[in-house]
Design a protein around this ligand. Structure first.
Ligand code: ZDP
Length: 290
């Protein structure tokens, strides 16, 4: 079976042309094997380009590297837009930038736009802020969760929760290179990440972002992703983090979010309440897997 390997700032995905049928051609178990970095191709997830539905051009489905299925994927949908451009070009229908795709996802309609400079801007839709929308039991169902104390690893972290279709929990730290944990560890994202992900207050588990506000328009971020662990970048996480920064009064509505794999530009529009993300997506290689 043919596949293409793309990445958005080092957050890497296997893309599969699945336009001929509405069900993914791989099972969740296959996806786990394909994502394995030693026994498989290696990736943070597998993304399928499926036929459109509900008036859209295409449908996106994604498996995390552990086989779970998230609702949305910000870096992944930039990769998908580039992949579709290549597929359509091969069919003699090359799109002319700027070109916007209407993509159906489990989080609703999401629209990536191919830019003339090769970057991709994604209309990520509005953020969801109520506890029941995250979902989390950290506050009453119809309340926001802003700087609410959460105990993880014996330490209290003020967390802000934002859904970009998928759930995120954001905490602000002085230095993302040294996330403070008790016990003298200088940096223990690997140790505390899973404890956030599986905390009982998050019934659908959670993606966790640690944010250092360098300036109101420049944030540094590290992430522990639900179902994928430490990754070099997370698009939905960068969007959720900027929204959390605005809710906490520590950043502007437009900022650069610097991830380990590179920068994304994020804006939470005051005019339409939607979040816009701009960043790169690149083909790494194509292959054939038996
Ligand atoms: O919500 C989740 O389970 C995430 N692991 C999905 C992947 C998010 C992603 N890293 C992003 O860029 O938004 C692809």
């Amino acid at each position: 079976m043919e596949f293409s390997k793309y990445h958005g700032l080092g957050n890497d995905f296997i893309l599969v042309d699945n336009r001929h049928q509405p069900q993914p051609v791989l099972s969740a178990e296959d996806a786990v094997r394909w994502c394995d970095r030693h026994f498989g191709i290696g990736a943070d997830g597998v993304i399928f380009a499926l036929p459109g539905q509900a008036g859209t051009d295409y449908t996106m489905r994604i498996y995390n590297s552990d086989g779970s299925e998230p609702e949305m994927c910000g870096n992944g949908i930039r990769c998908l837009a580039k992949f579709l451009e290549t597929l359509e070009t091969a069919d003699g229908k090359a799109p002319q930038a700027p070109h916007t795709y209407r993509i159906h996802t489990l989080a609703g309609l999401i629209s990536p736009t191919l830019q003339p400079d090769g970057q991709v801007t994604v209309d990520m839709g509005p953020p969801y802020l109520l506890a029941q929308e995250i979902p989390t039991t950290l506050a009453a169902a119809d309340e926001k969760v802003v700087a609410v104390p959460l105990t993880v690893a014996g330490q209290t972290w003020p967390v802000t929760c934002v859904s970009m279709g998928n759930p995120h929990c954001i905490t602000f730290v002085d230095d993302v290179a040294a996330i403070p944990v008790p016990g003298g560890f200088a940096d223990a994202l690997e140790a505390i990440g899973p404890q956030f992900e599986h905390h009982e207050v998050f019934p659908q588990r959670i993606n966790t972002e640690f944010i250092q506000v360098v300036r109101p328009d420049y944030l540094k971020m590290r992430v522990w992703e639900r179902g994928a662990g430490i990754t070099l970048a997370c698009g939905t996480g960068a969007c959720a983090s900027l929204v959390a920064g605005v809710l906490n009064g520590v950043c502007d509505r437009a900022a650069t979010v610097k991830l380990p794999g590179g920068p994304l530009h994020i804006e939470w529009s005051a005019a339409d309440n939607r979040v816009y993300m701009t960043g790169p997506a690149e083909l790494a290689f194509r292959g054939d897997r038996a």
